[in-house]
Design a protein around this ligand. Structure first.
Ligand code: ZN
Length: 270
Protein backbone atom coordinates (compact mmCIF):
# COMPACT_ATOMS: atom_id res chain seq x y z
CA UNK A 1 0.00 0.00 0.00
CA UNK A 2 1.16 3.51 -0.58
CA UNK A 3 -0.63 6.73 0.20
CA UNK A 4 -1.33 9.39 -2.40
CA UNK A 5 -2.30 12.79 -1.03
CA UNK A 6 -3.93 15.50 -3.10
CA UNK A 7 -3.65 19.05 -1.83
CA UNK A 8 -5.30 22.02 -3.47
CA UNK A 9 -4.89 25.75 -3.75
CA UNK A 10 -7.73 27.73 -5.27
CA UNK A 11 -7.46 31.26 -6.63
CA UNK A 12 -9.90 33.63 -5.03
CA UNK A 13 -10.61 37.33 -5.14
CA UNK A 14 -7.79 39.51 -3.78
CA UNK A 15 -10.12 41.11 -1.26
CA UNK A 16 -10.64 37.68 0.29
CA UNK A 17 -6.99 36.70 0.43
CA UNK A 18 -5.99 35.77 -3.13
CA UNK A 19 -5.07 32.11 -2.83
CA UNK A 20 -6.94 29.68 -0.59
CA UNK A 21 -4.81 26.83 0.74
CA UNK A 22 -7.06 23.84 1.46
CA UNK A 23 -4.15 21.56 2.38
CA UNK A 24 -4.57 17.83 1.81
CA UNK A 25 -8.19 17.34 0.80
CA UNK A 26 -8.16 13.65 -0.12
CA UNK A 27 -5.98 10.64 0.61
CA UNK A 28 -5.85 7.45 -1.43
CA UNK A 29 -4.38 4.33 0.17
CA UNK A 30 -3.62 2.32 -2.95
CA UNK A 31 -3.77 -1.46 -3.33
CA UNK A 32 -1.74 -3.93 -5.34
CA UNK A 33 -3.18 -6.75 -7.41
CA UNK A 34 -6.78 -7.12 -8.50
CA UNK A 35 -9.07 -5.85 -5.73
CA UNK A 36 -12.79 -6.71 -5.77
CA UNK A 37 -13.75 -3.88 -3.42
CA UNK A 38 -13.18 -0.12 -3.32
CA UNK A 39 -13.60 1.48 0.10
CA UNK A 40 -14.58 5.13 0.53
CA UNK A 41 -14.69 7.15 3.76
CA UNK A 42 -15.98 10.63 2.98
CA UNK A 43 -16.14 11.88 6.58
CA UNK A 44 -12.77 10.60 7.78
CA UNK A 45 -11.34 13.92 9.01
CA UNK A 46 -12.40 16.93 11.07
CA UNK A 47 -9.57 19.11 9.75
CA UNK A 48 -10.50 22.72 8.98
CA UNK A 49 -8.15 24.53 6.56
CA UNK A 50 -6.28 27.27 8.46
CA UNK A 51 -7.76 30.15 6.43
CA UNK A 52 -11.22 29.29 7.82
CA UNK A 53 -10.08 29.61 11.44
CA UNK A 54 -12.47 27.83 13.80
CA UNK A 55 -15.55 28.52 11.61
CA UNK A 56 -17.10 30.21 14.64
CA UNK A 57 -17.39 26.89 16.52
CA UNK A 58 -16.25 25.74 19.93
CA UNK A 59 -13.51 23.13 20.23
CA UNK A 60 -16.15 20.69 21.46
CA UNK A 61 -18.25 21.16 18.30
CA UNK A 62 -15.17 20.82 16.10
CA UNK A 63 -14.37 17.46 17.75
CA UNK A 64 -17.96 16.18 17.60
CA UNK A 65 -19.86 14.09 15.06
CA UNK A 66 -21.06 17.22 13.26
CA UNK A 67 -17.48 17.73 12.02
CA UNK A 68 -16.67 14.13 11.00
CA UNK A 69 -17.43 10.44 11.55
CA UNK A 70 -15.34 9.47 14.60
CA UNK A 71 -13.88 5.98 14.30
CA UNK A 72 -14.93 5.43 10.68
CA UNK A 73 -11.46 5.85 9.18
CA UNK A 74 -9.95 3.33 11.61
CA UNK A 75 -12.57 0.73 10.64
CA UNK A 76 -12.14 1.47 6.92
CA UNK A 77 -8.35 1.10 7.17
CA UNK A 78 -8.70 -2.20 9.04
CA UNK A 79 -11.12 -3.40 6.35
CA UNK A 80 -8.77 -2.27 3.57
CA UNK A 81 -5.92 -4.29 5.10
CA UNK A 82 -8.03 -7.44 5.38
CA UNK A 83 -9.47 -7.10 1.85
CA UNK A 84 -6.37 -5.77 0.06
CA UNK A 85 -8.70 -3.00 -1.08
CA UNK A 86 -7.89 0.58 -2.06
CA UNK A 87 -9.33 3.23 0.24
CA UNK A 88 -10.17 6.85 -0.62
CA UNK A 89 -10.71 9.06 2.41
CA UNK A 90 -11.49 12.71 2.89
CA UNK A 91 -8.99 15.13 4.42
CA UNK A 92 -11.35 17.98 5.35
CA UNK A 93 -14.23 18.33 7.81
CA UNK A 94 -17.69 17.78 6.37
CA UNK A 95 -18.63 21.19 7.79
CA UNK A 96 -16.31 22.76 5.21
CA UNK A 97 -17.57 20.53 2.41
CA UNK A 98 -19.52 17.27 2.83
CA UNK A 99 -18.10 15.03 0.09
CA UNK A 100 -21.19 12.80 0.27
CA UNK A 101 -23.35 15.66 -1.04
CA UNK A 102 -23.54 17.24 -4.51
CA UNK A 103 -22.64 20.96 -4.74
CA UNK A 104 -26.28 22.01 -5.14
CA UNK A 105 -27.38 20.34 -1.87
CA UNK A 106 -27.91 22.61 1.13
CA UNK A 107 -26.09 20.00 3.22
CA UNK A 108 -22.91 20.27 1.15
CA UNK A 109 -21.88 23.32 3.21
CA UNK A 110 -24.43 23.20 6.03
CA UNK A 111 -25.44 26.32 7.92
CA UNK A 112 -26.73 24.06 10.67
CA UNK A 113 -26.04 20.53 11.88
CA UNK A 114 -28.12 18.90 14.58
CA UNK A 115 -28.34 21.57 17.31
CA UNK A 116 -25.29 23.52 16.16
CA UNK A 117 -25.23 26.61 13.97
CA UNK A 118 -22.15 26.74 11.75
CA UNK A 119 -21.47 30.50 11.63
CA UNK A 120 -18.88 30.39 8.81
CA UNK A 121 -21.47 28.79 6.53
CA UNK A 122 -24.36 31.11 7.37
CA UNK A 123 -23.00 34.04 5.37
CA UNK A 124 -21.09 32.15 2.68
CA UNK A 125 -21.02 33.84 -0.74
CA UNK A 126 -21.54 32.05 -4.07
CA UNK A 127 -17.81 32.58 -4.86
CA UNK A 128 -16.80 30.99 -1.57
CA UNK A 129 -19.11 28.05 -2.24
CA UNK A 130 -17.54 27.55 -5.65
CA UNK A 131 -14.02 27.69 -4.18
CA UNK A 132 -14.89 24.83 -1.82
CA UNK A 133 -16.39 22.81 -4.67
CA UNK A 134 -13.21 23.34 -6.71
CA UNK A 135 -10.87 22.86 -3.76
CA UNK A 136 -12.50 19.84 -2.08
CA UNK A 137 -15.41 18.15 -3.84
CA UNK A 138 -13.94 18.01 -7.34
CA UNK A 139 -10.58 16.46 -6.31
CA UNK A 140 -12.35 14.03 -3.96
CA UNK A 141 -14.68 12.74 -6.66
CA UNK A 142 -11.75 12.55 -9.09
CA UNK A 143 -9.76 10.42 -6.61
CA UNK A 144 -12.69 7.98 -6.37
CA UNK A 145 -13.16 7.80 -10.14
CA UNK A 146 -9.39 7.35 -10.62
CA UNK A 147 -9.51 4.24 -8.42
CA UNK A 148 -12.51 2.90 -10.36
CA UNK A 149 -10.59 3.40 -13.63
CA UNK A 150 -7.39 1.86 -12.27
CA UNK A 151 -9.11 -1.28 -10.99
CA UNK A 152 -12.01 -1.53 -13.43
CA UNK A 153 -11.21 -5.10 -14.62
CA UNK A 154 -11.42 -6.63 -11.13
CA UNK A 155 -13.65 -4.24 -9.17
CA UNK A 156 -17.16 -5.45 -8.23
CA UNK A 157 -18.23 -3.47 -5.18
CA UNK A 158 -18.00 -0.03 -3.58
CA UNK A 159 -18.42 0.18 0.20
CA UNK A 160 -18.68 3.55 1.94
CA UNK A 161 -17.93 3.53 5.68
CA UNK A 162 -19.58 5.99 8.08
CA UNK A 163 -20.34 6.42 11.77
CA UNK A 164 -23.27 8.04 13.55
CA UNK A 165 -23.86 9.53 16.98
CA UNK A 166 -25.58 7.38 19.65
CA UNK A 167 -27.69 10.35 20.79
CA UNK A 168 -29.34 12.57 18.17
CA UNK A 169 -31.52 15.55 19.11
CA UNK A 170 -31.55 14.15 22.65
CA UNK A 171 -32.84 10.72 21.64
CA UNK A 172 -30.89 7.51 22.14
CA UNK A 173 -30.46 5.46 18.99
CA UNK A 174 -30.81 1.71 19.50
CA UNK A 175 -29.60 0.67 16.06
CA UNK A 176 -25.90 -0.19 16.10
CA UNK A 177 -25.19 -1.02 12.47
CA UNK A 178 -27.04 0.38 9.47
CA UNK A 179 -26.88 -1.21 6.03
CA UNK A 180 -27.99 1.48 3.56
CA UNK A 181 -28.58 1.66 -0.16
CA UNK A 182 -29.21 4.31 -2.76
CA UNK A 183 -30.76 3.70 -6.19
CA UNK A 184 -29.36 0.16 -6.33
CA UNK A 185 -30.51 -1.96 -3.38
CA UNK A 186 -29.05 -5.26 -4.55
CA UNK A 187 -25.99 -5.55 -2.32
CA UNK A 188 -27.63 -4.06 0.79
CA UNK A 189 -30.51 -6.55 0.56
CA UNK A 190 -28.12 -9.44 -0.05
CA UNK A 191 -26.08 -8.36 2.98
CA UNK A 192 -29.17 -8.32 5.18
CA UNK A 193 -29.98 -11.85 4.00
CA UNK A 194 -26.42 -12.98 4.71
CA UNK A 195 -26.36 -11.33 8.14
CA UNK A 196 -24.42 -13.43 10.67
CA UNK A 197 -26.96 -15.48 12.62
CA UNK A 198 -25.29 -14.71 15.93
CA UNK A 199 -24.63 -11.04 15.22
CA UNK A 200 -24.03 -9.18 18.47
CA UNK A 201 -24.95 -5.87 16.83
CA UNK A 202 -28.47 -4.52 16.33
CA UNK A 203 -28.45 -4.33 12.53
CA UNK A 204 -31.11 -2.65 10.40
CA UNK A 205 -31.69 -1.78 6.77
CA UNK A 206 -31.70 1.96 5.95
CA UNK A 207 -31.29 3.14 9.54
CA UNK A 208 -30.56 5.59 11.06
CA UNK A 209 -30.88 7.24 7.61
CA UNK A 210 -32.08 6.30 4.17
CA UNK A 211 -31.37 7.50 0.66
CA UNK A 212 -34.39 9.80 1.05
CA UNK A 213 -32.18 11.80 3.46
CA UNK A 214 -29.73 12.39 0.60
CA UNK A 215 -27.00 10.21 2.08
CA UNK A 216 -26.31 7.97 -0.91
CA UNK A 217 -24.64 10.53 -3.17
CA UNK A 218 -21.26 8.79 -3.60
CA UNK A 219 -22.96 5.45 -4.29
CA UNK A 220 -25.41 6.89 -6.81
CA UNK A 221 -22.94 9.21 -8.54
CA UNK A 222 -19.91 6.92 -8.73
CA UNK A 223 -20.82 3.26 -8.19
CA UNK A 224 -24.13 2.95 -10.06
CA UNK A 225 -22.99 4.58 -13.36
CA UNK A 226 -19.89 2.37 -13.33
CA UNK A 227 -21.83 -0.84 -12.84
CA UNK A 228 -20.46 -1.50 -9.35
CA UNK A 229 -22.50 -3.15 -6.64
CA UNK A 230 -22.59 -0.77 -3.70
CA UNK A 231 -23.52 -0.34 -0.06
CA UNK A 232 -23.16 2.24 2.69
CA UNK A 233 -22.33 1.03 6.18
CA UNK A 234 -23.23 3.22 9.18
CA UNK A 235 -21.70 2.26 12.53
CA UNK A 236 -22.73 3.75 15.88
CA UNK A 237 -19.62 5.62 16.94
CA UNK A 238 -19.57 4.48 20.59
CA UNK A 239 -18.79 0.97 19.27
CA UNK A 240 -15.62 2.03 17.43
CA UNK A 241 -13.83 4.39 19.80
CA UNK A 242 -10.61 2.41 20.23
CA UNK A 243 -8.30 0.73 17.71
CA UNK A 244 -9.28 -2.66 19.23
CA UNK A 245 -12.99 -1.91 18.70
CA UNK A 246 -12.29 -0.72 15.15
CA UNK A 247 -10.38 -3.89 14.42
CA UNK A 248 -13.18 -6.05 15.90
CA UNK A 249 -15.76 -4.21 13.76
CA UNK A 250 -13.68 -4.82 10.61
CA UNK A 251 -13.42 -8.47 11.62
CA UNK A 252 -17.22 -8.57 11.85
CA UNK A 253 -17.84 -6.81 8.53
CA UNK A 254 -15.22 -8.25 6.17
CA UNK A 255 -16.19 -11.96 6.28
CA UNK A 256 -19.85 -10.88 6.01
CA UNK A 257 -19.15 -8.77 2.90
CA UNK A 258 -17.04 -11.56 1.39
CA UNK A 259 -19.80 -14.10 2.05
CA UNK A 260 -22.34 -11.78 0.43
CA UNK A 261 -20.12 -11.41 -2.65
CA UNK A 262 -19.69 -15.18 -2.89
CA UNK A 263 -23.46 -15.67 -2.59
CA UNK A 264 -24.10 -13.25 -5.46
CA UNK A 265 -21.42 -14.99 -7.50
CA UNK A 266 -23.14 -18.34 -6.96
CA UNK A 267 -26.45 -16.83 -8.07
CA UNK A 268 -24.75 -15.62 -11.23
CA UNK A 269 -25.15 -11.93 -10.40
CA UNK A 270 -21.38 -11.34 -10.59
ZN1 ZN B 1 -20.73 9.96 7.40
Amino acid sequence: MCRVEIFTHVSFSESQGGILDFGTVVHTDTAEGAPLVLLVCEHASNRIPAFLGDMGLTAQARESHIAWDPGALGVAQQMAGRMSAPLVHGGVSRMVYDCNRPPEAAGAMPAQSEEYDIPANMTITPDERQSRVDGIYTPFTRAVSDQIETHRPSLKLMVTVHSFTPVYHGRQRLVELGILHGRDDQFALAMMQAKPAASRFVTRLNEPYSAADGVAHTLDAQAVPNGLLNVMIEIRNDLIRTPDQQSAMAEHLVPWINRTLTGLQERGVL
